[in-house]
Design a protein around this ligand. Structure first.
Ligand code: ARG
Ligand code: ZN
Length: 891
């Protein structure tokens, strides 16, 4: 093998730097092929660290000059990306001039070009691709930045903080000077120099300061910014009201860029976004897009406090800012939905949001936690930090924060947050700091055992069983926990698991709960604290045997193992007072039915299941958004994870059969739903309307899966008559996922209408890459994907395009990717290798599609292994992909 041994960084090795940086003065002479960066930084000795040299990191640049206090450094050692300089005294001025080539930068990390403009992405370690610097989050400095560029090509020059000067220069150039009053780590640095226009708004903060908000986009997109602006204003208000946190700058900017590896980035005062999470108008964005824009805008805005004002000491602490900020954006979205729904619908609206979040967790994080990349929310080691922007760090991290919120209560949590900012504002801290302060603010609430959530990987299993004693009216609930071994962690200790419990009486109503030792019955939902390997909780004073409803609201990120027969699941589907659990009962029932079919244990759909489904569908007291969630089958990746060994082909066959049968057997009900759910008037993004549209689109999906002419005709008609993207795309998706002869024509019509719209074309690519085979002799998705790879609108250089076409095929279409002859895998290896040469971060994300290969049937494993080996042996492989594939092969 040609690759160097991968380097592993250990959390335990953290050492503060001997020298940090106080102020940075950057000058950029921007030029597409050769940008010269002059960096004057005042380096200061760190009183809290052992003496040592100044350490600077740098890569992918040419060093033109380096001086210390104006002179050549006396001693300078360079090893790979690290430069060590010996210096005397307490403070020195280091000046370094570098030349970088934005045009050649295809990694989209550091300084790069997109549509002729200059953009940066520095998290996690992109700043070292711009200049030599102690590029670690524990170095917080004050930045002054001067940008100089061609006025014609780049009329807009932006950086962090406040604009303090601008003017003309000779040769058609101009400059702008920015000053950020807040010390920040280098990963929060940003610049933009491009031809853009802004939607602007002025608002007052809680304390009455006027601030300028801007959303910068390409000129043709100005009509798609209103929703992002609205979301920004709502986020500001929410953080003021909920946490007393106010915007600390006079100006807050969002910039949209079409070429971006991730979703968005919280650079201080200058958030840079993937266009996908900014631009929205009714004709091009679906309800789900609107929702995503709102939550990503909120997420990045909330980082201003949880991430920027208080940041991470080192990258192992990433969940300190990400888990907390995801939790905050989830709460924000839930509040927005509840507000729109009004008092009557608020609880259901919140549950729908919770269901969405748990769906993501189960489909993305559970498989990660059960595979070779399994890691605690605070990892102990990594080879490439960019591989650890994971569902575990983000989504499971948010669940851990949510459990703290549950254990401490709303007020206790808020007190902890207040104390957190009072102690750590302006500092780079650790997860321990956060949890300790939460304890301190809550009378020393013991969180020692809770810290295990930060150190143990793997999804805990909670097993529940109940015994009913009719003689004394006692229901004894035994809960036990077990976390399976993960790589490097063979043995696990018991965790603190909050288990929200309700007991349902025979009439379907919740019973007031009274635990042994209590004098009277109280609330109908209680949070039990499971801290031992096994515990028994005795509920007394019951007249009849109850049906337990456990883990209400998904009170902990665990897999609940509870023996429930079909009748009991149907009962909870119909009666559980906790809407989350009502949904979950439907999911469990559906999972059972689908997996039984996939395993060959049953051939048809049990009538009782159809009836339970129909009852939910027909229950018009239920919010349409909730019904849409409850009637959607569990995500395919989650079902695969629940299958052992995983057989994607058999699962797909079963899913096609189940969807088809539900479409046919409930055809009349689905048609009634479509008829009865008309949303009138022009499109507006409103959760109530969105719920109706979601249920109609789901109905079309089932009807088309059922394959009956009336259903297909209805979808065709709705596709033709649609007045907004949600309806147009919903109908198109239903047609594509069917044996309709109109599929091809509809895709063509859609393409013709949107051929110049990059974001809408992404949907078009994704739809085809995700298509199932609904009939004998149908086109394999792989054939289609190959054709689309050479479509003029496709480009491997644009991450959104890669995620839409390849990401959808590899990760969201397992039935078509895991072909028995292994052709999908060979194609995967070719694409990962091709991508890696240009953009390792994107390549690594695609590489992850096969990390859980040992979970599949042996015949598939035998086809996958040589492809993994081929990728690993490929010359010049990035550490990003090497880590993913290496760990997959190792496990
Ligand atoms: N901090 C950003 C967010 O969660 C994510 C940026 C990650 N970028 C990366 N290349 N790893 O909002
Ligand atoms: Zn984030």
């Amino acid at each position: 093998m040609q690759n160097d041994q991968p380097q592993t960084i250990q959390r335990a090795d953290y050492q503060p730097l001997s020298w940090t940086v106080d102020t940075v003065d950057l000058h950029f002479a921007l030029d597409a092929g050769a940008t010269v960066v002059t960096n004057r930084m005042r380096c200061v000795r760190n009183p809290d660290a052992a003496p040592g040299p100044i350490r600077l990191w740098g890569e992918a640049m040419e060093r033109l000059e380096l001086t210390v206090d104006g002179a050549q450094p006396v001693a300078l050692r360079e090893t790979g990306a690290l430069l060590e300089i010996d210096a005397a005294g307490e403070s020195v001025m280091v000046e370094v001039r570098t030349r970088v080539d934005p045009r050649a930068n295809t990694t989209l990390s550091g300084l790069y070009l997109s549509s002729g403009g200059f953009f940066t992405q520095c998290e996690a370690e992109g700043f070292r691709r711009i200049t030599w610097f102690p590029d670690r989050p524990d170095v917080m400095a004050r930045y002054t930045v001067t940008l100089e560029a061609d006025r014609e090509a780049c009329p807009v020059l932006l950086s962090n903080g406040n604009l303090v000067g601008q003017g003309e220069l000779p040769n058609g150039r101009h400059y702008a000077k920015w000053e950020d009053p807040f010390p920040k780590p280098s990963y929060l640095f940003a610049l933009v120099a491009a031809r853009l226009v802004a939607l602007e708004r002025k608002v007052r903060t809680l304390s009455g300061r006027e601030v300028l908000l801007q959303v910068w986009v390409e000129e043709g997109n100005l009509d798609r910014c209103e929703h992002a602006m609205e979301a920004l204003v709502n986020s500001m208000r929410w953080d003021e009201e909920t946490f007393g946190l106010e915007l600390d700058l006079d100006r807050f900017m969002i910039v949209a860029v079409a070429d971006f590896n991730m979703g968005a980035m919280e650079n201080k005062g200058l958030n840079i976004f993937n266009t996908k999470f900014v631009l929205a108008k009714p004709d091009t964005a679906t309800d789900v897009d609107y929702e995503n824009v709102e939550s990503v805008v909120a997420h990045e805005y909330f980082h201003n406090w949880t991430g920027n004002r208080v940041t991470c000491r080192d990258w192992f602490q990433l969940t300190l800012k990400e888990g907390l900020t995801v939790f905050r954006d989830q709460q924000f979205s839930a509040d927005m939905l509840a507000r729109a729904a009004g008092p009557e619908g608020a609880a259901s609206a919140r549950a729908v949001k919770r269901i969405d979040d748990v769906r993501v967790l189960r489909a993305a994080q559970f498989p990660e936690d059960g595979g070779p990349m399994a890691h605690p929310i605070r990892p102990d080691s990594y080879q490439e930090i960019n591989n650890f922007y994971t569902a575990t760090v983000y989504e499971k991290g948010a669940e851990v924060i949510r459990m703290l919120h549950t254990l401490l209560g709303q007020e206790g949590f808020r007190n902890g947050m207040d104390l957190y900012f009072s102690y750590f504002d302006g500092q780079a801290v650790t997860c321990d700091d956060f949890v300790e302060v939460m304890s301190e603010a809550n009378n020393g609430f013991d969180l020692d055992q809770f810290m295990r959530w930060y150190s143990q990987a793997g999804t805990p299993r909670v097993k529940a069983s109940g015994t009913w004693n009719a003689a004394d009216g006692c229901y004894a609930l035994t809960l036990s926990q077990h976390t399976p071994a993960t790589p490097g962690q063979p043995d696990k200790l018991p965790l603190v698991i909050p288990v929200a419990v309700g007991l349902i009486g025979p009439d379907g109503r919740d019973l007031p709960l009274r635990l042994e030792g209590e004098t009277q019955a109280g609330a109908t939902t209680r949070v039990l604290k499971l801290t031992e390997e096994a515990q028994v909780f005795r509920f007394i004073g019951l007249a009849a045997e109850p049906v337990p409803s456990l883990l209400r609201g998904f009170s902990a990120p665990v897999i609940l193992e509870l023996d429930e027969d079909d009748a009991r699941l149907a009962f909870r589907m119909a009666h559980d007072a906790d809407p989350f659990n009502r949904w979950d009962a439907a999911q469990r029932y559906a999972e059972r039915v689908v997996l039984a079919m996939a395993g060959g244990a049953s051939a048809g759909l049990p009538q009782a299941f159809v009836n339970a489904f129909r009852a939910l569908l027909a229950d018009t007291r239920l919010d349409p958004a909730f019904r849409a969630q409850a009637l959607a089958l569990p995500a395919e990746p989650y079902l695969l994870e629940r299958m052992s060994p995983a057989d994607p082909g058999a699962l797909r066959t079963a899913l096609i059969a189940v969807m088809g049968a539900l479409g046919r057997e409930l055809a009349g009900d689905w048609l009634r739903v479509v008829d009865g759910m008309q949303v009138s008037g022009p499109y507006r993004y409103h959760p109530g309307d969105a719920g109706k549209r979601a249920l109609v689109n789901l109905a079309l999906r089932y009807l088309c899966a059922g394959g009956q002419p009336s259903g297909l005709a209805l979808a065709e008609a709705r596709f033709a008559a649609a007045t907004n993207m949600t309806e147009r795309f919903g109908a198109l998706a239903a047609l594509v996922q069917s044996s309709s002869p109109a599929r091809g024509a509809a895709l063509l019509a859609f393409h013709a209408r949107y051929r110049n719209d990059a974001l809408v074309l992404d949907k078009w690519f994704a739809l085809q890459a995700g298509a199932w085979r609904w009939e004998e002799g149908g086109e394999p998705a792989l054939d289609r994907v190959r054709v689309l790879l050479s479509d003029p609108a496709f480009s491997l250089a644009n991450p959104n395009k890669v995620y839409a076409l390849l990401g959808t095929y590899f990760r969201a279409n397992p039935g078509e990717f895991h072909l028995a002859d292994g052709s999908g895998y060979a194609f995967w290896a070719d694409q990962v290798i091709a991508l890696d040469a240009r953009n390792p971060q994107v390549a690594a994300r695609m590489a992850r599609a096969l990390e859980n290969w040992r979970h599949y049937a042996p015949a598939l494993q035998a086809r996958i292994r040589p492809q993994l080996e081929r990728v690993l042996a490929s010359p010049g492989l990035s550490p990003d992909v090497a880590e993913i594939v290496g760990k997959a092969l190792q496990q």
